[in-house]
Design a protein around this ligand. Structure first.
Ligand code: SF4
Length: 357
């Protein structure tokens, strides 16, 4: 008998990738009925479910009981069902889809139909071509959860357009590639060729590891052209988090420059995340790193660690740096003095001076 399977999407603004795979399994392999919801409380008109999958991404570090309490509350809504929690905000962050269904489900592709006509569906295709990462950043859960990098899918498998089950619409070939370390994939070149031959537009949403990038890989980046995750503009995401990585960052940035992906013309297409208030509590260090990034024409984007306990100076630095107008019109010192009024004040002072010229 076909079972009733509910997917409860509680955290995150995007379609849940694990749900897409689990739904493909239940729909295609088990012929189950698929239901979708995004509020905890069960509506009295809903049927009973055999299984309820719940995705939990966020957690409250300061409240160790938070995850357990939230899960207990959800279980009480579905006393008749087997409730399965997953995601790094659950008490089972290492649980895998393979454990749940008993085999590697990647071949089964993705089933987007539950998200159709919901606010989560952008019309794009999402997924991983590889899992894992070559790096072991101390603040990141990926090395622990996913481990060594492995190739898991080919590019055409990510594209939802190939799924004709419920889609009457035609979807553009826009792929959000969520790999943590796209070029760490041993099959990166084949994946690049597939993107180019298939004429896919891509967004390397998981970022490009600039510290380990090679010349040939940058060449491929010039052929592929990465976009932001709403496909409105060309954009590449990289990171320069650890001040100790300056040499490695510069090596990668020089390769970008060699291939025309830096400088005045194209540098603005590269957004560089920089973690601040983590290794070093010295604002001068953050300012230096900011300047190194600017040297290549890239856009620095500070990410503030532990913002609750961060100093006002770090908070101001972040505010100043992430607003294009602010960082372009006034220095950080001016911003510190006058806050968000600094650009207007500077303009006003410039006008006053010209009156007396
Ligand atoms: S490079 Fe990114 S995914 Fe890899 S360990 Fe560091 S933060 Fe995590």
């Amino acid at each position: 008998m076909n079972r009733n399977i509910k997917f409860l999407h509680l955290d995150g603004a995007w379609m849940n990738h694990a749900f897409l795979r689990l739904s493909a399994y239940h729909r295609h392999m088990e012929r189950d009925n698929i239901f979708f919801g995004d509020v905890i409380e069960k509506n009295f008109l809903e049927p009973n479910y055999d299984i309820v999958y719940v995705s939990l991404i966020f957690f409250d570090e300061k409240n160790p009981e938070f995850q357990k309490n939230r899960e207990d509350h959800i279980r009480r809504q579905y006393p008749e069902s087997k409730v399965i929690f997953g995601g790094c905000g659950s008490t089972n962050p290492k649980g895998t889809i393979e454990e749940l269904i008993g085999f590697d489900s990647y071949f089964a592709s993705y089933d987007y139909s539950m998200y159709e006509n919901t606010k989560y569906d952008t019309g794009f295709s999402y997924g991983y071509l590889s899992k894992g990462c070559r790096n072991k950043c101390s603040f990141c859960v990926v090395p622990n959860i996913e481990g060594k990098i492995v190739s898991v899918a080919k590019v055409p498998q990510l594209f939802r357009g190939s799924q004709s089950l419920h889609n009457k619409k035609r979807y553009a070939k826009k792929l959000v590639i969520m790999d943590n370390d796209f070029f760490g994939n041993p099959d990166w070149k084949e994946r690049c060729e597939e993107i180019i031959k298939g004429k896919y537009m891509v967004s390397f949403n998981g970022g490009i590891n600039i510290r380990k990038i090679e010349d040939e890989q940058v060449h491929y980046l010039t052929l592929i052209k990465s976009h932001d995750d709403s496909f409105k503009s060309q954009r590449m995401y990289v990171a320069f988090d650890n001040p100790k990585d300056e040499k490695l960052f510069r090596r990668g940035a020089e390769l970008f420059a060699k291939h025309g992906l830096a400088g005045e013309k194209n540098g603005e297409k590269v957004l560089v995340y920089m973690l601040i208030n983590y290794w070093n509590k010295d604002i001068e260090e953050a300012k230096n790193r900011y300047e190194v990034i600017k040297e290549y024409g890239f856009v620095p984007y500070p990410m503030l660690y532990d913002d609750e306990h961060a100093s006002e100076e770090f908070k101001n630095f972040r505010r100043w740096a992430i607003r294009r107008e602010t960082r372009r019109t006034c220095t950080f010192d001016e911003y510190k003095q006058h806050g968000s009024k600094a650009p207007a004040m500077k303009k006003m002072l410039a006008n006053q001076t010209s009156l007396f010229d």
